[in-house]
Design a protein around this ligand. Structure first.
Ligand code: G3P
Ligand code: CA
Length: 299
């Protein structure tokens, strides 16, 4: 005689069910307490954490630099009007302490200026041409300040991954957080950094502010490291994910996200999608969007 269903009532099964219910109740309590205390979780910011094969969110690297000069207002306007959920950008300080959006240490590659960004005042940087190198149509495009970028972001519902380049002191970070709050875009901004000092200072200055740790390599179990810095997610390379595939599972089990940068080919998109990463930063956001649409039909 078939003993259908009997297995479900074995004592060990009962124990598992009780444990599962207890764990679910504990998780719910943590989430409720978290929402009361203002704590933000990765899924609040990035959407439900992905499973292998799921569609990741798209972040336009330095705006949409496939259509306009990187880290300029036209690139951000195009990105915010495009298909991506996030826009990524880089912030550093001028000589007189004004946060400006610029990637390189030096000005030569993308402007008509010379020397380091940090050697110039905001007024000097504001006079530079950050568009001609890209194309005549963008001649006269300026280096934006973080203030200008946040004002634009406030007109959109999209989010920004704002990378704090190099080292930032607690006082400098306080200024950034105040600026974000002043623009009313706190729920739209995620701060990210490679610098350990910056992450530590940020944790002290704004422990509830959503932040991401940028890492070039992943340890086999990156959860303790992510917890140590109180970040919502790690952002890393496709190679790092391939070398530590269990890391994504471990992070997801801990309620933490995984983002990959900067991926511009179908092969890499496909590879990280198979690992279930939550977000992909790319220079060609429209192409990634089209690829995701084409490869997700019927799923
Ligand atoms: O957002 C991460 C990625 O942008 C880091 O690389 O050099 O383009 O700032 P980089
Ligand atoms: Ca960056």
């Amino acid at each position: 005689m078939k003993k259908a269903g009997l297995g479900a009532f074995r004592p060990t099964r009962v124990k598992s069910v009780v444990l599962a219910v207890t764990a679910t109740a504990a998780l719910s309590a943590v989430l409720i307490l978290g929402s009361v205390s203002g704590q933000v979780y990765a899924a609040d910011v990035f959407g439900t954490l992905r499973a292998p094969g799921d569609v990741a969110f798209i972040a336009g690297h330095r705006g949409d630099r496939s259509l306009a000069p990187e880290n300029t207002m036209p690139a951000f306007e195009l990105a915010l009007a495009g298909p991506m959920a996030f826009v990524e950008t880089d912030v550093q300080l001028s000589r007189d302490g004004v946060p400006v959006l610029f990637h390189d240490v030096t000005l030569e590659r993308t402007t008509n200026g010379r020397g380091q960004v940090s050697e110039h005042t905001a007024a000097q940087l504001a006079k530079l041409d950050a568009g001609t190198w890209y194309g005549a149509a963008y001649a006269g495009t300026r280096i934006p300040t973080l203030d200008q970028f946040l004002a634009l972001l406030a007109t959109s519902e999209k989010k920004a991954l704002v990378e704090l380049k190099f080292g930032w002191s607690a006082e400098q970070l306080r200024g950034v957080v105040e600026l974000i709050n002043r623009h009313g875009v706190r729920s739209q901004v995620v701060l990210q950094a490679f610098s350990i000092d910056t992450l530590v200072n940020l944790q002290q200055v704004a422990p509830q502010f959503p932040r991401v740790m940028l890492v070039r390599e992943l340890p086999a179990d990156p959860v303790p490291m992510a917890r140590r810095f109180g970040v919502l997610a790690l952002a890393t390379t496709a190679k790092a994910v391939a070398l530590a595939p269990d890391a994504v599972t471990r992070l997801h089990r801990a309620g933490l996200g995984v983002i990959c940068y900067t991926l511009n080919s179908e092969d890499t998109w496909s590879e990280v999608r198979a690992h279930g990463v939550d977000g992909i930063i790319t220079d060609i956001p429209s192409d990634l969007d089209a690829w995701l649409a084409a490869t997700s039909t019927g799923t």
